[in-house]
Design a protein around this ligand. Structure first.
Ligand code: 1CP
Length: 355
């Protein structure tokens, strides 16, 4: 495999010196880019795009052609695992993901198996291999998965949710059923991420988008515990380099100390916490990723630059251990030029912090 030309992202995650703060954007490949919409049109629909290694690689690289981003992220989705478990993933126009066979009872959980990453999920590994080939060592490739809790919300609710009543009913009325499901999901995620690493992913990230809807007790028992199991089960070194793992719980700012204690390398932050407070609380234990509100990208260039400067100042002058990002995915109606202003501002304004 070719040498990495820009390893700034990996270095910052391991708290090693860098020349400027690395930056990437959650959902950097996607509908805000006209070229993404065109390629998705060629593929026909979203899942066909994920299953075509050449086209998945093409959309992964599209944002890197526009902006000097410091990392690429695999183009795929967190719902590939439940789909491979036989739940029948489909997308209804304007309504987001849905499952035709959601989990409703203990027998449903007992029926599902651990998907084979080089079997039902081989299309994901093929995309990883294709992207690594096409990247030609420019920047590292991030692999990812959903957290067991977040995957379980979609599997039990049957799709997206606002109140999470079905999964919370299972959590309080039948906790053993939910634990059985979460344990199978944790084992599946471990195999899936390790296969991504073997296929060429140089860092991995776990998206716990819905962990923040839980009480602190339930977060520990139903979400963090299973992410901890995942961190313990991951390959941490490959091809002579450490493979850093980032855990991101949206709305998880209250639990940074517990998240850091899992042994992860970095914590992803949304925008509801001040990065200076986060830094004070985790110290040198982990690196931090984040944390600009994605809606700032609707503003004028000067306002975007000002917010970048504030966050850099908040992280402070220890220089390393910060990967700049949005606190959640980029909105689909953001003008692409504004994303360019953001990426350039991070590189330019962070230089004084890295002398
Ligand atoms: O083209 C389309 O219309 C499909 C939209 C889309 C896209 C572009 C979906 C459906 N998934 C994706 C890609 C995707 N999903 C990536 C690609 C890499 C990148 O960041 O560039 C990633 C990392 C994800 C992860 C993902 N999917 C998460 C976790 C991160 C997050 O945003 O919180 C979640 C919760 C999903 C579920 C999902 N898949 C798709 C949608 C619209 C959703 C969200 C539904 C909801 O809000 O409940």
């Amino acid at each position: 495999m070719s040498e990495l030309k820009n390893d700034c992202y990996l270095r910052a995650l391991l708290k090693q010196p860098v020349d400027c703060t690395p930056v990437w954007m959650m959902r950097q490949a996607g509908r805000y880019l006209p070229e993404y919409r065109a390629t998705r049109g060629v593929a026909g629909d979203f899942m066909s795009l994920c299953k075509n290694a050449e086209l998945a690689s093409e959309v992964t690289l599209q944002p890197l052609k526009r902006f000097p981003l410091d990392a690429a992220i695999l183009f795929s989705d967190i719902l590939t695992i439940p789909d491979a478990m036989g739940l029948g993933l489909y997308f209804e126009a304007g309504e987001g993901p849905k499952f035709s066979h959601p989990i409703t009872c203990k027998a449903d959980v007992e029926r599902i198996g651990i998907p084979d990453p080089e079997g039902e999920l081989q299309y994901v590994m093929n995309a990883v291999r294709q992207i690594r080939h096409d990247l030609q060592g420019e920047v590292p490739l991030i692999g990812f998965s959903g957290s067991p809790w977040t995957l379980a919300t979609y599997m039990v609710e049957g799709g997206s949710s606002k109140a999470f009543t079905k999964i919370k009913k299972m959590m309080y009325a039948e906790p053993q059923t939910l634990h059985l499901l979460l344990d199978k999901l944790a084992d599946s995620v471990i195999e899936y991420l390790n296969a991504q690493i073997k296929a060429g992913a140089q860092a991995v990230m776990v998206f716990d988008t819905w962990g923040g809807v839980l009480t602190p007790r339930d977060y520990n028992e139903f979400s963090l515990r299973y992410m901890h199991k995942i961190v313990d089960g991951l390959i941490r070194e490959n091809d002579g380099r450490r493979v850093p793992v980032t855990l991101f719980t949206k709305n998880g700012g209250m639990w940074l100390e517990q998240i850091a204690a899992t042994g992860c390398d970095a914590i992803g932050l949304d925008w509801t916490i001040d990065i200076s407070d986060a830094k004070r609380r985790v110290g040198d234990k982990v690196a931090l990723q984040g944390n600009m509100d994605p809606s700032v990208l609707y503003a004028q260039p000067e306002r975007i630059r000002q917010e970048v400067a504030t966050i850099l100042e908040g992280f402070g002058d220890t220089g390393t251990g910060h990967v700049f990002n949005l606190g959640h995915g980029i909105h689909l109606d953001v003008p692409p030029e504004n994303a360019g202003v953001f990426v350039d501002a991070v590189h330019e304004l962070s230089k004084p912090y890295h002398k």
